[in-house]
Design a binder for this molecule. Structure first.
Ligand SMILES: *Cc1c(COP(=O)(O)O)cnc(C)c1O
Length: 874
């Protein structure tokens, strides 16, 4: 029989163990090992059956068990002490509380997905995991963040395989009542709701679920409510489900509904209004439109409201892959806006925000990343290289500026260490260095750990992974229709003494899941090498609509099915956080081979590094800036890049051949021999294990592991990332936002009026003539050069602009590189808007030298010179 309705009965806990409800309800348990251990000890069997889900586990225990727990003084004591610990964690001052008054009182963080724990499957990959880690580190550091997102009824799909290795998807329906969520309610107990008008007189309502991620509340909007028609109820059916119209409505709900949800939350809890709004990728961009609507409802003009909202908004772009950017049909967006979503806001103004009105743009498209950039005074990419790539990619929005001046900075991603570091490694650090050090995650003392101890730990982590792999491989084969009787071989899959390489991620084409299959015979030889074999653990989900990705998975699965190699290479279906937490610690080497520079940052290699794994990666994303020659290996890229441009010397096929060959060479000649303590050799076969002393440990390898733990650990930590966001973006944005809002938004109004005036007058601004004085026929280093520029400012005043000389080395094509800037000052008012500017340059470089002069708008309310996209070059 099939039930027609399901609901979850919440357990009533006896008084003495009542704090269990809070310990289960606050997701801090997902990274707090002692709390997880408590839930295990309450009833190990149920803990396992629940999928390590405290809320579910509490729902599963019988009354008798609860009675037993409540009369066990040891357990009751542990529960009380963990609850007190949680209370301290939630209330005591942390890093952020040591900052001054200039730090924002509250920050709203918007993301379409959150990967916090396997029990809340509201993520598809890196973007969501990053958002989850962002919230967790914010909590650890006391950053007053509020997360905003959507609650998907089905979350992301579960992956399994057909007999012939084709990806199968199932969407388990979630019951929010069985998840660690509470419904936000009005004082009278009815669920709090927000509502958005839709075309044809329809309405989209949503209720608001609250998850607690340590100190950080996360609000999730859920459209599956009575009162919505079926189509509206389906809007939050699944993550990234459906086509354009469905997705557009999800994003309208996330952005506009999200701001409304925040207002409800403020009203019901007395929480302070966010002073900074941070949008994680473009999907939530409509939040800016809603904030503009709020301001325009108070009587401000479009330009004023835009100026005020931008001041406190941050946009983080996450992809250099155009397919990763949301682009909607302009007509579709207009259709929805015309329904009255933001009545006081002129529709054409909103449409102009997402317009690709630059060279190469598509006039029929509304681009969410472009809107994100126009609605945020500050923007960033997620690694240094990605910052560079993003500046080039979006340079069309700031014509006339050098790519290096495009106002997109970067904050390199990080990972939440307590979530991703293995408890066994934490225990080791605890025993070796004491509790305080572990708490601070200070791994610089990793060098003090003995080789024996570290090697023993690494082997244990590898064994843990292998146990998990065998279980998963057996289950996967059963699902593919093979009877148990033929699965005896799965007990011997992988070997705890063999170099273990991991590769797991989503499967978009650019990540090249199957690069390792480029030369199957060579891969086979590596796996079966007599002296230094390797073994591979591979996992990853393909987007359900991506046939090419599914074919790559199938190719890989079919390779792993070969009885000759199936004990050395496995594909594990259904990559998720639960698998990842065993996988990262268990791998000795983490492999990453995207097509450079398409991986914005990537974080999985970071999770490996904090567990003592060594990275073997293409120089892309985070690795491009953090590879130091001793923490892993760089796979060379075939096509050379100078700065931001790639010269396509090779076709895609040739490139893959070259890069795969480089990967095989590295594995065979460098990585594997080092792991087995053999001399690295280019002459394969000459060095055998017999040459190394019998029980010798691979000293050099272990040095690299210690170096990785000590040096890379702190750099890849999400705490470092959060501090960077706070110091480089949140605080400046808060300052701009406060300045704009002061005196009933007088500053924003003044700035908006100034911007309009400058835009209007800019056509009349020109550098008319430039002279240089003092240069001899044979200029030398140390010479001084006076520049005189005749500038027409039209109706603008010298206080509205800055006139500067850019000077330095020039290329043959007269392009300036690494230029310096010199601000010129007014030497003479020539009348009718014309001025003579001058300044003195010091020539400090030999070789070809050049300079130019330009005029830029100048106002203390601007965050960058390029902000308005206005420049008059000589
Ligand atoms: C870390 C992680 C990702 C993201 O990996 P990238 O290297 O950033 O692509 C995806 N899924 C899971 C389960 C992860 O743990």
């Amino acid at each position: 029989m099939k039930a027609i309705r399901r609901f979850t009965v919440r357990t009533v806990l006896p008084d003495s163990i009542a704090p269990l409800a809070r310990l289960a309800g606050n997701l801090r348990w997902s990274w707090h090992q002692p709390t997880r251990e408590l839930f295990n000890d309450l009833d190990p069997q149920i803990w396992a059956q629940s999928g390590h889900d405290p809320v579910r586990a509490l729902g599963m225990v019988s009354r008798q068990t609860l009675e037993r727990i409540s009369s066990d003084p040891d357990l009751v004591g542990r529960i009380r002490s963990l609850d007190e610990g949680l209370e301290r964690y939630l209330t005591e001052p942390r890093w952020y509380q040591s900052l001054g008054e200039d730090a924002p009182r509250s920050i709203a963080y918007f993301s379409p997905e959150y990967g916090i724990s396997a029990v809340l499957p509201q993520y598809s990959g890196g973007l969501g995991i990053l958002a989850g880690d962002h919230l967790k580190s914010a909590s650890d550091l006391g950053v007053p963040l509020i997360g905003v997102g959507l609650l998907y009824q089905a979350g992301y799909f579960k992956q399994s395989l057909s007999r012939d290795g084709w990806q199968q998807e199932t969407y388990p329906v979630l019951d929010p009542n069985g998840l660690p969520l509470t419904l936000l309610r009005e004082e009278d107990g009815t669920p709090a709701r927000i509502s958005l008008p839709l075309p044809n007189g329809r309405h989209l309502m949503a209720q608001i679920w609250r998850a607690d991620v340590g100190r950080v509340p996360l609000l999730l909007l859920d459209a599956d409510v009575r009162g919505n028609d079926d189509a509206a109820r389906g809007i939050t059916d699944r993550l990234y489900g459906g086509g354009g119209d469905h997705r557009l409505q999800q994003e309208l709900l996330l952005g506009m509904g999200g701001v409304k949800a925040l207002r409800v939350f403020e009203r019901l809890t007395g929480a302070p209004a966010p002073e900074v709004f941070h949008t994680n990728e473009g999907h939530a961009g409509f939040l800016g439109v809603e904030r503009i609507r709020e301001l325009m409802d108070t009587g401000m003009h479009w330009e004023e409201a835009l100026t005020a909202a931008r001041a406190s908004t941050i946009f983080t772009t996450h992809t250099p892959v155009p397919a990763g950017i949301d682009r909607f049909d302009v007509g579709e967006v207009r259709h929805f806006l015309n329904a009255g979503l933001a009545q006081s806001v002129p529709t054409n103004k909103v449409l102009s925000l997402g317009a690709e009105d630059y060279e190469g743009g598509d006039p029929n498209v509304f681009n969410m990343a472009v809107m994100g950039l126009r609605l945020a005074q500050r923007a960033n990419g997620v690694a240094k290289l990605h910052g560079q790539v993003s500046r080039a990619m979006f340079s069309g929005l700031w014509p006339g500026f050098d790519v290096s001046e495009i106002p997109i900075t970067s904050v390199t991603n990080g990972v939440h260490v307590p979530t991703w570091v293995d408890p066994e490694l934490t225990r080791l650090a605890q025993e070796e260095f004491g509790v305080g050090t572990v708490h601070d995650r200070d791994w610089t003392r990793a060098y003090e750990v003995s080789d024996e101890r570290l090697w023993d730990l690494r082997r244990r982590l590898r064994s843990n992974l292998i146990d998990d792999v065998r279980r998963r491989v057996r289950a996967a084969w059963r699902k593919r229709g093979t009877p148990d009787a033929s699965l005896g071989w799965t007990d011997d899959v992988l070997d705890p003494d063999i170099l273990t390489i991991g590769f797991a991620r989503r499967v978009p084409t650019y990540k090249r899941l199957t690069l390792m299959l480029r030369d199957p015979a060579r891969l086979k030889a590596l796996l079966l090498h007599p002296d230094h074999p390797v073994q591979l653990v591979v996992a990853g989900k393909s987007h359900p609509a991506d046939e090419q990705g599914k074919r790559m998975i199938q190719d890989l699965v079919q390779f792993t099915d070969d009885p000759e190699v199936r004990h050395r290479i496995v594909f594990l279906p259904n990559y998720d956080i639960a698998m990842a937490r065993t996988l990262f610690p268990g791998c000795d080497v983490w492999l990453n081979n995207p097509i450079r520079p398409l991986e914005a940052s990537g974080t999985s290699g970071m999770k490996s590094a904090i567990n003592g794994g060594l990275n073997l990666s293409v120089m892309d994303g985070w690795w491009d800036e953090m590879y130091d020659g001793e923490n892993g290996w760089a796979i060379p890229s075939a096509n050379p890049r100078d700065g931001i441009h790639t010269r396509e010397l090779y076709t895609a096929d040739q490139r893959d051949d070259i890069e795969a060959a480089a990967l095989y060479d590295l594995l065979e000649n460098t990585v594997a021999p080092l792991f087995y303590g053999q001399e690295p050799s280019s002459d394969a076969g000459s060095a055998g294990p017999s040459e190394a002393p019998a029980d010798a440990l691979p000293h050099e390898w272990l040095e690299m592991v210690k170096h990785t733990l000590a040096e890379l650990g702190p750099k890849v930590s999400a705490n470092r990332m959060l501090r960077d966001y706070v110091n480089n973006l949140y605080r400046p944005a808060c300052q701009s936002g406060r300045a704009a809002a002061a005196d009933q938004y007088q500053a924003a109004k003044d700035l908006a009026a100034w911007i309009l005036r400058v835009r209007d007058a800019w056509g009349g601004v020109a550098v008319e003539h430039v002279d240089s004085i003092g240069i001899s026929d044979a200029p030398q280093i140390g010479d001084r050069l006076t520049v005189q520029a005749y500038v027409n400012l039209g109706s603008l005043k010298p206080t509205d602009v800055v006139v500067e000389a850019a000077y330095g080395k020039v290329s043959e094509a007269d392009n300036l590189s690494d230029h310096q800037l010199l601000e010129l000052s007014v030497a003479e008012d020539l009348g009718s808007g014309r001025y003579l500017y001058s300044g003195e340059m010091h020539i400090e470089l030999a070789g070809p030298f050049g300079y130019t002069v330009r005029v830029l708008p100048n106002h203390p309310g601007l965050a960058s010179k390029a902000e308005l996209g206005l420049v008059a070059n000589a």
